[in-house]
Design a protein around this ligand. Structure first.
Ligand code: HEC
Length: 173
């Protein structure tokens, strides 16, 4: 009896998943996120609901605090905050995003490759890491329509906040 109760409580507490909402805007957004036919799919560089690769930042942090307008601006951003222009002592140059530092080894995703490749580089082998000026966020130029962006944002909001709310094209600009 006690065990049944605990299971029931766990079931109720388990967040709904977008895949459980077929035919909705949220599920359409999930499909764009995972399998976009426009440029590179978001999941190539972001992880949500256990799918995708966390090259870029965790999207739930931002999507839980800012609204559709802010999200569209960020998705189509031209200025980046984390990506850096990495130059190695051997002369190699690439746009990279540092994941972590383990001892004196830096783990950096090389964004010049699709999908990005995780490199382990000795700190001493890095000549410089400067603010990025060349790499651009792929969805900025992928040609998503506002309706598609609204779907993607509905999905991001749902995963981040659990709120199942329609995002209208008019909410974006
Ligand atoms: C090629 C890899 C790549 C793809 C594809 C990609 N992103 Fe990103 N994304 C990044 C990186 C790297 C950053 C960090 C940029 C920076 O330096 O500010 C980022 C940042 C973001 C941010 C801002 C997060 C924050 O906390 O500042 C959002 C929102 C976002 N991406 C959404 C998306 C969505 C939605 C898609 C698909 C339509 C997508 N991204 C596709 C790599 C990617």
């Amino acid at each position: 009896m006690k065990r049944t109760l605990i299971c029931l409580v766990l079931l109720c507490a388990a967040p709904a998943r977008a895949a459980d909402l077929p035919g909705t805007q949220i599920e359409r957004g999930r499909q764009w996120f995972l399998h976009s036919s426009k440029g590179t799919a978001c999941a190539t560089c972001h992880a949500l609901e256990g799918n995708g690769t966390a090259v870029g930042p965790d999207l739930t942090r931002l999507a839980s605090v800012i609204g559709p307008r802010g999200l569209v601006m960020t998705i189509q951003m031209t200025v980046t905050a984390y990506v850096q222009d990495v130059e190695l002592r051997n002369g190699r140059h690439f746009p990279g995003i540092q994941k972590q530092k383990v001892g004196d080894v830096l783990e950096i995703y090389d964004l010049s490759k699709t999908p990005a490749v995780l490199l382990s580089v000795k700190a001493a082998d890095v000549a410089s890491m400067k603010a990025n000026t060349k790499w651009t966020h792929p969805p900025a130029s992928a040609g998503y329509t506002d309706a598609e962006l609204a779907d993607i944002i509905a999905y991001l909001k749902f995963v981040s906040t659990g709120v199942d709310k329609e995002v209208a094209v008019g909410d974006l600009r």
